[in-house]
Design a protein around this ligand. Structure first.
Ligand code: FES
Length: 133
């Protein structure tokens, strides 16, 4: 028997309410329940960063957070940042420097890079490496 829990949260500025399985991770909730396919599930144990999201203003791994714990939370995904042009310059820079590579983790890289630039507008290479890692 699976336990389900009602949650209401704000995702990319929109209030959403759903009944979720207690063990459903945030990344799966966003992709499977809300159809937000930007972030990906890769390693599913917090290492690769493909599932990176913002939760209550903090960068998190979506594969390590349970959706059922997030009643009242504020979640931002790559779709939200992209749709409101928050990361336009960053996206252009990734394209110009072919930084996307295969593209699978690019949304997580963009989320993390945007998070760094929000607190440090001129990071050193070491600071970029440290933050992305
Ligand atoms: Fe790899 Fe979450 S899927 S860190």
């Amino acid at each position: 028997m699976h336990t389900s829990i009602d949650v209401t949260m704000t995702v990319n500025g929109e209030r959403v309410s759903r009944r979720v399985e207690a063990r459903r991770h945030l990344i799966d909730f966003l992709r499977l329940d809300l159809g937000l396919m930007g972030a990906h599930a890769g390693c599913e144990h917090g290492v690769c960063g493909a599932c990176t999201l913002k939760l209550d203003g903090q960068i998190v791994r979506g594969c390590l957070v349970l959706a059922a714990q997030l009643d009242g939370a504020v979640v931002e995904t790559i779709e939200g940042l992209s749709d409101n042009n928050t990361i336009r310059d960053l996206q252009d820079a990734f394209i110009a420097r072919n930084a996307s590579q295969c593209g699978y983790c690019t949304p997580g890289m963009l989320m993390t890079a945007a998070d760094l630039l929000a607190s440090n507008t001129s990071p050193t290479r070491d600071e970029i490496r440290e933050h992305i890692s």
